[in-house]
Every structure is written in structure tokens, then in C-alpha cells.
Design a protein around this ligand. Structure first.
Ligand code: G1P
Length: 269
């Protein structure tokens, strides 16, 4: 069973400067809820309540969000606004949140490895909060994990000219929407990509990934890439890629952020 999730959240979010000078990018709100709120909700819907964050300097707002604020509670109690705190309070009551700091930004693979003390020898989910998903992608992946018991990456088809923004897989379709990974490249050049099946920010990883990350050399951009460690795992044992059902918003880009804002405003308000 998957009981734990890891949120790498140490990045600077430079595309959202100047806001990210003092607000962690994971705390930027889609309407009235920060990105991590949606990610944690997705975890809870998948039965995951032990949530670890790999943070860095200037990320304290994440911890404050996931803790009670008696002053505000007191202020809104008995008013119609009290209900605005219900979902967050439920998260605080039901989940445990743990934190570790990544001291240097050496890539996603390095961030995941930094989270090892929070995960231990357990299979776990990874959520990149700036990929905002609708449709309970993690629940779909947890189901698939029960069947295959191996690392899983979520994928979606992207326009060919955008493959250089993602990890891209090549694989053999073994059941509808499920691919056995044969190759995986981090941010390939557009004309050299093995396909247009891009990895999006949802993973289920078996704990063997930590040993592989420890021996993974810096790759694309001089960073330790999770994609490279996963390729090793695919070759040594098995990794599958899953074309999830649902919709993903790239909230790491301004256009995707605005699209998500409009979508969730229409859906929830
Ligand atoms: C990371 C991964 C990449 C993946 C992407 C999904 O890249 O390295 O393989 O496709 O997340 O959002 P980043 O967007 O952090 O550069």
C-alpha cells in the first residue's frame, strides 16, 4: 500500500518573480487555495495521509499553512467565513506533515533523495504541486501499483514542439494506456525525442530508487535527474508509464496558471 507522499518544494519559482521573492511558488493560490492544497487533497483522496516536504530557504509559509491559526479561527468563528477553513483543518487533523530542507538545488533527483529520511523503506508517491491535476490521478496510480508493484510515472501526450520541457518516455503498450518503459530522456531536443509522451509531476516510486539516485551522475542541466535514475530502474527491473485520465494544468507557467484559475473558479464558485 502507498501510505506516504513526498512533495519536492525547494525550487525558487523564478518564473513567478517578483511574487516568489517572499511567497513559495507552491503557495501561490489558484483562486483561494494554494497549489499544495490541491496536491494534498489529491493524496487524501488516494488514501495517503503521511506527507513529507522537501523545502528550502524562504518556504516557511508552507508549514504555517499546514498548522492551525488560533487567532484567525477565533476571528471567523460563528461567521459564514468559518467554512472556508474546513478543508485545511481537515488536512491538519488527518495528515502528518514532515519537512526536510534541501540545502543546495541540485535537481529533482537530488530533492527526492533528500526526502529519503521522511520516506524510509516504503513505496511512495511524488507530487510536483505545480502540475495541478483534476481527476484524482494519484488514486488511479495507486490502483495500478497494486497490480504491477513497480515504479510508475504519469504521462500525457504533448505537442511535439513542447517535448523539450519534459521527461519523455518510449515504451510498449501492455494494456490500454499502460506502457512498459524502454527509454526515458530528460528534456530531449524536439527532433530527437523518442515520442511525445511526456512525464507529468505524479510518480509512484519504490524505495530502490534511493540507491539508484545515490549513484546517478548529474545529467541534463548539470542536475541529478529523477528521469535518469528511473531509466536505470526500468532497465534493471521494471518501470511503467501511465496515461492518466483527467486534466493537468502546468501551473509552473503563467499561461497554465491562468487557465487553472479560470477552470477552478468556474468549477468551485
Ligand atoms: C520535472 C521532471 C520532468 C517532468 C516535469 C513534469 O521537470 O524533471 O521529467 O517532465 O517535472 O512537470 P521540471 O518541470 O521540474 O523542470
Amino acid at each position: 500500500m502507498i501510505k506516504k507522499a513526498l512533495f519536492p518544494a525547494a525550487g525558487y519559482g523564478t518564473r513567478f518573480l517578483p511574487a516568489t521573492k517572499s511567497v513559495p511558488k507552491e503557495m501561490l493560490p489558484i483562486v483561494n487555495k494554494p497549489l499544495i492544497h490541491y496536491g494534498i487533497q489529491e493524496c487524501m483522496n488516494a488514501g495517503i495521509y503521511e506527507i513529507g516536504f522537501v523545502t528550502g530557504r524562504s518556504k516557511r509559509a508552507i508549514e504555517d499553512y499546514l498548522d492551525f491559526n488560533p487567532e484567525i479561527e477565533e476571528k471567523v468563528k460563528d461567521s459564514s467565513k468559518a467554512k472556508l477553513l474546513h478543508e485545511t483543518n481537515e488536512m491538519i487533523n488527518r495528515c502528518t506533515f514532515t519537512y526536510v530542507r534541501q540545502k543546495e538545488m541540485l535537481g529533482l533527483g537530488h530533492a527526492v533523495l533528500t526526502g529519503e529520511p521522511l520516506i524510509g523503506n516504503n513505496p511512495f508517491a511524488v507530487v510536483l504541486a505545480d502540475d495541478l491535476c483534476e481527476g484524482d490521478v494519484l488514486s488511479q496510480m495507486v490502483k495500478l501499483y497494486k497490480k504491477y508493484k513497480c515504479s510508475i510515472v504519469a504521462i500525457e501526450e504533448v505537442p511535439q514542439e513542447e517535448v523539450n520541457k519534459y521527461g519523455v518516455i518510449k515504451g510498449k503498450e501492455i494494456e490500454d494506456g499502460v506502457f512498459m518503459v524502454e527509454d526515458m530522456v530528460e528534456k530531449p531536443e524536439v527532433d530527437k525525442a523518442p515520442s511525445n509522451l511526456a512525464i507529468i509531476g505524479r510518480y509512484i516510486l519504490t524505495p530502490e530508487i534511493f540507491e539508484l539516485l545515490k549513484i546517478t551522475k548529474p545529467g541534463k542541466g548539470g542536475e541529478i535527474q529523477l528521469t535518469d535514475a528511473l531509466l536505470k530502474q526500468a532497465k534493471e527491473s521494471m518501470v511503467i508509464a501511465y496515461k492518466f485520465k483527467g486534466k493537468r494544468f502546468d501551473c509552473g507557467s503563467v499561461a497554465g496558471f491562468v487557465e487553472a484559475t479560470n477552470y477552478f473558479y468556474k468549477r468551485d464558485f
